[in-house]
Write a protein that binds this ligand. Structure first.
Ligand code: PNS
Length: 165
């Protein structure tokens, strides 16, 4: 297949940190698109747990066995980045009904700005329906076992971060 006829989707998010729920979505999306870019948003207004560079590095290690996936940091308007990259779709994950409102608003805003780019909402597995980055940050903060919520690559990096190494 010619490179320019490949379908690229972006999976944007903060991923602070990347969880099993995110990994679920990546695994579903790689079966739907030729290429998937995990787009790690830089939010200069929000002090994250991990730097965007650290997040990208950890995610790259986590998805190293998925050759059609790349991990790219980005700052700005998502649809501008998507157009520059030639993406045809934006992928987002849905865990519960309560995610719907936010995702709908974002999808419609993005559609207004870039009608040619489709938002595709994918369901997380039931097992990870209650996993979120904020829960992981909280469990980590209070010394709990994060291995239920994040892949081993992420858990190792977070433990290192916690111990300041
Ligand atoms: O994982 P998150 O924090 O829910 O991801 C939100 C994200 C980064 C995808 C969203 O805030 C975003 O796209 N930010 C870039 C700015 C933008 O394009 N805003 C308009 C769409 S609402």
């Amino acid at each position: 297949m010619a490179p320019d006829s490949r379908r690229l989707a972006l999976y944007p998010g903060s991923f602070d940190p990347f969880t099993y729920g995110h990994l679920d979505i990546v695994k579903s999306a790689v079966n739907l698109f030729d290429q998937l870019e995990i787009t790690v948003a830089i939010n200069s207004e929000k002090q994250g747990l991990l730097s965007v560079g650290e997040r990208c590095e950890i995610i790259r290690e986590t998805v190293a066995d998925l050759p059609s996936v790349v991990v790219v940091p980005f700052e700005g308007l998502l649809v501008n980045h998507a157009r520059r990259r030639g993406a045809s779709a934006l992928v987002r994950g849905l865990r519960q009904v309560s995610d719907f409102d936010y995702e709908f608003r974002m999808a419609f805003a993005n559609r207004k700005l870039a009608p040619e780019i489709e938002t595709v909402l994918l369901l997380t597995s039931e097992e990870h329906a209650f996993t979120s980055s904020s829960i992981v940050r909280d469990v980590l903060r209070w010394g709990g076992d994060i291995s239920h919520f994040v892949p081993p690559t992420v858990a190792r990096a977070l433990e290192k971060h916690r111990s300041g190494k």
